[in-house]
Design a protein around this ligand. Structure first.
Ligand SMILES: [Fe+2]
Length: 488
């Protein structure tokens, strides 16, 4: 049965030395051109044919100075082309204007999420107005279109890259985005209509919602005025609805305006406001209901659907508050996590007509993040949610994630694959087999700290267990954020 967990203890572990996983982040990652991959064990399944892309921070320092927060790093993309006849990998930085300028100067020139603008106040204010005072790091996720790859960063325009070479083609307006207009790092694609939905929270406190066709041409957009400027990092598609879980955070604008604090430091947790739940009609983009419930913070939603009773069911990785997980992510960039902030998978059921919460329960009572489902099930009834999680007995604050899990709704069964001592994971990505519709695979980029190398592991998505194939990657890939799969 699902478990409702009590409030978590919020303590700091004492760490005096960098933890092993940090070797993957400690040095700027090195690019590599397209390189044939060798199998360490097993072989790529015949039906696993396509291209895997993953984005993350390749560089967390400049001129010997560390970034302020993990989110500040420069985006770099891993591309792995998979087929039974031969697989290759490529790794390239996104050549943003900020990356190029800072490379040339060999110092930080911009503010960022965890870093104040380094220049005079008048420059900072002018840049704030134009949206150019912080660097578009293009470091969070990727969206593969038929003719280009988009490197996504939620506070600005995407960057487009060549799908094969990862050459950066430039900042991408898609023909309708204004300069610096935000386009979220977690767009959702309807597997039936192929329409793409994305969002962007702007500095005027608007939640902009974009409905696009399969090529990301705009069909319709709307804006919902929010209170303050909250984080809405991801959202949920549930049948004919979109659902936004708005956690109670507030950006204090005055210290931000006068460059006294970075974004990361100016965000305040306002538990008394509770979490707001906004349900939107997916076709008209009109608000259907707008409710409140108890406070929590989530970066990532898993999936949503409409159940047979007409109510919405969705899942998400829930934290008790924003402050502690934000601190954990700052500490990751500096090599030693001390703060505890436990994420757990929760399932929420709501009445779409009223926004009323029908139930909200913890379904995976293990410290976990990055909930993922098969993309063919996006917005549709689904049974399995995959998560990146800790090995048995390990918690955030002690070590990075070293296991993956598959939770099954109905049986409430959790199966897991322990990556092993000194092996660390990123977001697991379920992908479909192109020859057998009942077969699925799970892609996992693993940093092997024992050998100081990165590997791509392929699991049977149904059984997990031991990987069916391990491919050695040509270089160390830092712990990444999010990826996607483009079938051949
Ligand atoms: Fe994310």
């Amino acid at each position: 049965m699902p478990i409702t967990t009590p409030a978590q203890p919020l303590t700091k572990f004492v760490q005096s030395t960098p933890q092993p996983w940090h070797k993957a982040l400690a040095q700027p990652a090195k690019e590599f051109a397209q390189t044939p991959l060798k199998a360490i064990s097993g072989q790529v399944p015949d039906g696993l044919q396509g291209t895997f892309y993953q984005n993350g921070t390749g560089r967390l320092q400049r001129g010997g100075e560390p970034v302020g927060h993990w989110f500040d790093g420069d985006g770099a993309i891993l591309r792995v082309g998979l087929s039974a006849s031969g697989s290759t990998a490529t790794y390239r930085y996104v050549q943003t204007k900020g990356y190029q300028a800072e490379s040339k100067a060999n110092k930080f020139l911009y503010g960022n999420y965890g870093r104040r603008y380094p220049g005079p106040l008048w420059e900072h204010i002018a840049g704030l107005i134009k949206g150019t005072n912080i660097k578009n790091s293009a470091n969070t996720s990727v969206l593969a279109l038929s003719d280009k790859l988009l490197a996504l960063w939620e506070a600005g325009n995407p960057h487009s890259l060549d799908l094969e070479t990862l050459e950066t083609l430039g900042q991408e307006s898609l023909g309708w985005l204004k300069p610096a207009q935000p386009f979220s790092a977690h767009p959702l694609k309807d597997p039936l209509s192929k329409e793409i939905y994305s969002i962007g929270v702007d500095s005027k406190c608007n939640l902009n919602i974009y409905r696009c066709d399969a090529a990301c041409n705009l069909i319709k957009q709307t804006a919902i005025l929010l209170k303050d400027v909250p984080f809405i990092h991801s959202f949920v598609m549930a049948g004919p609805y979109l659902v936004f879980l708005v956690s109670p955070v507030k950006i204090n604008l005055l210290p931000l305006l006068f460059n006294q604090q970075s974004y990361a430091d100016s965000i305040e947790w306002k538990a008394e406001r509770g979490t707001r739940i906004i349900v939107v009609d997916r076709e008209s983009l009109n608000v259907i209901s707008d409710g409140h419930t108890d406070p929590w913070f989530q970066w990532h939603c898993g999936n949503g659907c409409v159940d047979t009773d007409g109510n919405i069911r969705l899942d998400f990785a829930r934290f008790d508050d924003f402050t502690h997980i934000n601190e954990v992510l700052r500490e990751v960039a500096h090599g030693s996590m001390k703060t505890t902030a436990y994420g757990r998978l929760w399932q929420l059921r709501i009445d779409p007509k009223t926004g009323r919460v029908l139930s909200n329960e913890c379904v995976v009572d293990r410290d976990c993040e990055f909930p993922q489902v098969n993309v063919a099930e996006t917005g549709q009834p689904w049974q399995h949610t995959y998560v990146l999680m800790h090995r048995e007995g390990v918690l955030t604050g002690q070590d990075w994630f070293g296991a993956i899990g598959r939770f099954e709704y109905g049986s409430d069964n959790l199966i897991q694959a322990d990556l092993g001592e000194g092996h660390y994971g990123s977001e697991p990505l379920p992908v479909a087999d192109c020859l057998s519709p009942d077969q699925g695979w799970l892609l996992e980029v693993v940093y092997n700290a024992l050998e100081d190398r990165s590997e791509l592991w392929i699991f049977n998505a149904e059984t997990l267990g031991e990987p069916v194939c391990r491919l050695a990657l040509p270089g160390v890939i830092p712990l990444n954020f999010h990826g996607t799969w483009q079938a051949a």
